[in-house]
Each structure stands twice: as structure tokens, then as C-alpha cells.
Design a protein around this ligand. Structure first.
Ligand SMILES: [Zn+2]
Ligand SMILES: [Zn+2]
Length: 254
């Protein structure tokens, strides 16, 4: 499995894009502004998108990508998310005011198909088994576990410190965990209010694990990347490092 890090920042700016990971050729995990780094051909190859939550930094690439490819696509794009996220997309994005309703366009073969995913469910998408994982965030949110039969990774989505996520991860033991660490420790109050984690909460979470995965941190607040990374670096024996834009992760690790 190849994970292409299209966007991994908590903000935007030169070289910074918000959350979007491409898994192999056909699957997107979240559709933030990182989607805008895909070529037209790569966008046309996307068949499925799983969305963690409806915050705009995780969805804004979706309407723009669909508008870019809707007259050239040869297959629909299937979007999977919780019922509240699907409702939010219908009511607030694809409502003919903010953006056209691509579940009706083009009329003869609409490009967008929306699918509701139940919490705590498992589904087969493309060649992957996808499991929803619990998250804690002001907007209804989930994390995901993506397994291609050979390897797997877990993604918190946006979430504060939430032990049920880490207990589930322990059960599945993915070799890679991608964790939202948006703030340094001295911004803990802001992190709690906004439903994100800090570096010391990462230490707490990693202490819940009874195995040694690779851990990569994402959603770092723009301008604080070095400070957050420095606080997260000392978690021996678990290796923790920030994700980088344009990086490609290969699983299983060679
Ligand atoms: Zn969010
Ligand atoms: Zn976010």
C-alpha cells in the first residue's frame, strides 16, 4: 500500500495544504486542499473518498475536484462518511447555492454517489477493508483503519485525546498510526476546546499501546511545526515524526 501525503497541515500557506491522503491510485482519505496537488489524470483515477468529518479543511477539495473532472469521468466517485457528514455535504455544499449538486450532474451519469457509513462498522471499499474508529471532536467525527490484506494504518482524523481510539488500535495493531497533533503543550486549553491533541497527550495515548507502531503526526498548526515536532520527538521506543507534504509512505515498510 502506498500512501501519498497530499496535505497534512492545520492551515494553508506556501507549500502547506490541509488533510488529504491518497492511498494507491483510487482511494482518498479526506479531501482537504491537498487534493489540489493531484494532476487531472490522478483526479480522474479517484474512485472512492472516505471522509472523517465535515470541517472544511477536510472537504474543500471534493467539490473542486468534482467540478474539475465531472465532464471527463468514466466512473462515479463514491463518497463514504457518517450520516451527519453526508447531511452536511448535501445541505451546505452540494445545495446549488454554494456548489452544484453533483449527485445530479451530469444528468445522464452523475459523478457523485454519497454513502452513509455506520459508526463502528467495517466496509469493503476498492480492495481495502475499512473500519471506522471512534474520535472526539466538536463536529461529529470518526477515524479510519485502512487494511489492504497485507498491511494497515490507522488515522485519528481530527480528535482530542480519546482512549477508545487507542484501545481499538491496540486490537488491530496497524503498523502505522497517523495522529492529529495540532498544538504545542502550552496551547492545551485551545487544543481541548477545539478537539485536537497536544504532544503530552500523545505520550499519554502511546502509553496505552502494547505494541510498537510507527507514529506520524499531522494537522500541525501552521508556523508551529518545529515546536510541535520537537515536543513529540522523545517517545522511545516508539518512533514519532511529522508527516511532510509530497511524502510517499510505503507499507509494509521495505
Ligand atoms: Zn476538524
Ligand atoms: Zn482539521
Amino acid at each position: 500500500m502506498k500512501i501519498d501525503i497530499l496535505g497534512c497541515s492545520g492551515g494553508i500557506g506556501p507549500g502547506l495544504h490541509t488533510t488529504a491522503f491518497r492511498v494507491d491510485k483510487h482511494l482518498l482519505v479526506d479531501a482537504g486542499s491537498g487534493v489540489g496537488t493531484l494532476t487531472l489524470e490522478q483526479m480522474l483515477d479517484i474512485r472512492s473518498v472516505i471522509i472523517t468529518h465535515a470541517h472544511i479543511d477536510h472537504i474543500l477539495g471534493l467539490p473542486l475536484m468534482l467540478a474539475t473532472i465531472y465532464d471527463q469521468h468514466t466512473h462515479p466517485v463514491h463518497v463514504y462518511a457518517s450520516s451527519s457528514v453526508i447531511s452536511a455535504l448535501k445541505d451546505h455544499i452540494f445545495n446549488w447555492t454554494i456548489w452544484p449538486d453533483f449527485t445530479q450532474l451530469p444528468a445522464e451519469r452523475p459523478i457523485l454517489q454519497l454513502h452513509t457509513v455506520d459508526p463502528d462498522s467495517e466496509l469493503e471499499i476498492e480492495n481495502y477493508r475499512i473500519t471506522t474508529l471512534p474520535a472526539d471532536h466538536p463536529s461529529p467525527a470518526v477515524g479510519y483503519l485502512v487494511n489492504d490484506g497485507q498491511s494497515s494504518f490507522a488515522f485519528t482524523g481530527d480528535s482530542g485525546y480519546h482512549p477508545p481510539f487507542w484501545h481499538q488500535v491496540n486490537r488491530h495493531q496497524p503498523e502505522l498510526i497517523i495522529v492529529d497533533i495540532s498544538f504545542t503543550d502550552d496551547a492545551r486549553e485551545l487544543a481541548n476546546d477545539s478537539g485536537h491533541m497536544t504532544s503530552s497527550q500523545l505520550q499519554q495515548a502511546l502509553a496505552l499501546l502494547d505494541y510498537t507502531p510507527d507514529v506520524r503526526i499531522t494537522h500541525l498548526k501552521a508556523g508551529f511545526e518545529q515546536a510541535i515536532s520537537a515536543e513529540c520527538s522523545s517517545t522511545d521506543p516508539i518512533h514519532v515524526a511529522p508527516l511532510h507534504h509530497g511524502e510517499i509512505l510505503n507499507l509494509p515498510k521495505g
